[in-house]
Write a protein that binds this ligand. Structure first.
Ligand code: F6P
Length: 325
C-alpha cells in the first residue's frame, strides 16, 4: 500500500487536527505517500486532493477544528457522486482511506467500500460520543470540559441572583455530553433523549422536595431531549414555578471548538497511528471503525458503529439527582 488519503467529514470536533497530524507523520515514517482531501466527501468529488508533508501538520496539535475542513455531503449519498469520488482517488492511485467523522461519515464509507475496491478505516470524530465500538470519541472530552467551564460561570450568577438556570447542550439524539457534564458540574437534574422526560416529577421536586436552603440550581438538557430541549423545559417550569426566577442558556457551537484537551490529543494520536499501521499490515481489503475499547485498539464494522448502537447508562441520571442532595 503506497498511497493513503485522510479526510474529515461531518461535524468537526477538537482532536481532529492531532489525529490528522498522527496519520500524516506515521505514514511518512513508513515511506507511504499520504494525501489530504479538503472538504470531506464534497472535496473528494471535486478532486481537492493534495499530497501532504511533515510541515503541513506542524503546529496544529493544539488547534481545534480541522485543517482539512469538512462538509456534510448530499452528492456523496448518490451512486454518481461516489463514482466521481472514486475516479478522483484513482487519479492518485489511492486505494486506502482514513475517514475521521461520525455516523453520517461511516454510512458513506460503508457504501463506498462495498462498491469499490477500497480499504477504509473510520476514526470516531464527533463530540457526541454516540458511536458503538469506542469508549470515547475524538472531541468528547474537550466538549465536556467546555460545558463544565461554561456551567461553572453560570453557577456564579445563578447563586448571586438566586436563579434557576436551564442549560441546553449538544447531542441531537445522544445524551452523553448532557449526562457526564451534569455530574461534573453538579447539576440538580439532567434530561437526555434516551430517557423519557418526567415533567410532573420535575415540577414536584421544585415545588415540594427540594431542600429549603437551596438558593440556585442548574438543569442540563440535551438538545435532542424528547421534551423538545432547553427552551421547552424552561417554558414549562416558568408556567408552574411562578416564584422562581428561571433563565435559559443554549451553549450551542462553542462545544465544538477550542483547543483539544490532553486526553483528546493523546487519544486521537493513538487512533491515527493505529489506523495507518492497521492499513499497512492488512493482507486484504479492510473496512470498519477503529476505536479504543478498554485501552485496546479495535475494529468494528461500520454498520455496528453507526448511531443507536451505543447504550447510555441511564442509571447515571439518578446519580445526578442523588448528588444534588
Ligand atoms: O454531531 C455533532 C453535533 O455537534 C451535534 O451534537 C449537533 O446537534 C450537530 O453536530 C450540529 O450540526 P451542525 O454543526 O451541522 O449544526
Amino acid at each position: 500500500m503506497k498511497n493513503i488519503a485522510v479526510f474529515t467529514s461531518g461535524g468537526d470536533s477538537p482532536g481532529m487536527n492531532p489525529c490528522i497530524r498522527a496519520v500524516v507523520r506515521t505514514a511518512l515514517q513508513h515511506n507511504v505517500n499520504i494525501f489530504g482531501i479538503t472538504g470531506g466527501y464534497d472535496g473528494m468529488i471535486k478532486g481537492q486532493i493534495t499530497q501532504l508533508s511533515h510541515k503541513d501538520v506542524a503546529h496544529i496539535i493544539h488547534r481545534g477544528g480541522t485543517i482539512l475542513k469538512t462538509s456534510r455531503s448530499d452528492a456523496f449519498r448518490t451512486k454518481q457522486g461516489r463514482a466521481k469520488a472514486y475516479a478522483q482517488l484513482s487519479k492518485h492511485n489511492i486505494k486506502a482511506l482514513i475517514a475521521i467523522g461520525g455516523d453520517g461519515t461511516f454510512k458513506g464509507a460503508d457504501l463506498f467500500s462495498e462498491e469499490y475496491d477500497l480499504s477504509c478505516i473510520g476514526l470516531p470524530g464527533t463530540i457526541d460520543n454516540d458511536l458503538f465500538g469506542t469508549d470515547y470519541t475524538i472531541g468528547y472530552d474537550t466538549a465536556l470540559n467546555t460545558v463544565i467551564q461554561a456551567v461553572d460561570k453560570i453557577r456564579d450568577t445563578a447563586e448571586s441572583h438566586k436563579r434557576l438556570f436551564v442549560v441546553e447542550v449538544m447531542g441531537k439524539d445522544a445524551g452523553f455530553i448532557a449526562l457526564r457534564s451534569a455530574i461534573a458540574s453538579g447539576a440538580e437534574r439532567v434530561f437526555v433523549p434516551e430517557k423519557k422526560t418526567d415533567v410532573d416529577q420535575l415540577i414536584d421536586y421544585y415545588k415540594h422536595q427540594r431542600r429549603a436552603d437551596k438558593t440556585s440550581g442548574i438543569i442540563i438538557v440535551a438538545e435532542g431531549d424528547d421534551s423538545g430541549g432547553g427552551k421547552q423545559i424552561k417554558q414549562v417550569l416558568q408556567e408552574h414555578l411562578t416564584s422562581y426566577d428561571i433563565k435559559l442558556t443554549v451553549l450551542g457551537h462553542i462545544q465544538r471548538g477550542g483547543s483539544p484537551s490532553a486526553f483528546d490529543r493523546v487519544h486521537s494520536s493513538e487512533l491515527g497511528i493505529g489506523a495507518v499501521q492497521r492499513l499497512l499490515n492488512a493482507k486484504q481489503k479492510i473496512t470498519g471503525m477503529m476505536g479504543i475499547v478498554n485501552r485496546s485498539l479495535t475494529i468494528t464494522p461500520f454498520k455496528q458503529a453507526i448511531k443507536h448502537h451505543k447504550k447510555i447508562n441511564t442509571k447515571l441520571v439518578k446519580t445526578v439527582e442523588l448528588l444534588a442532595g
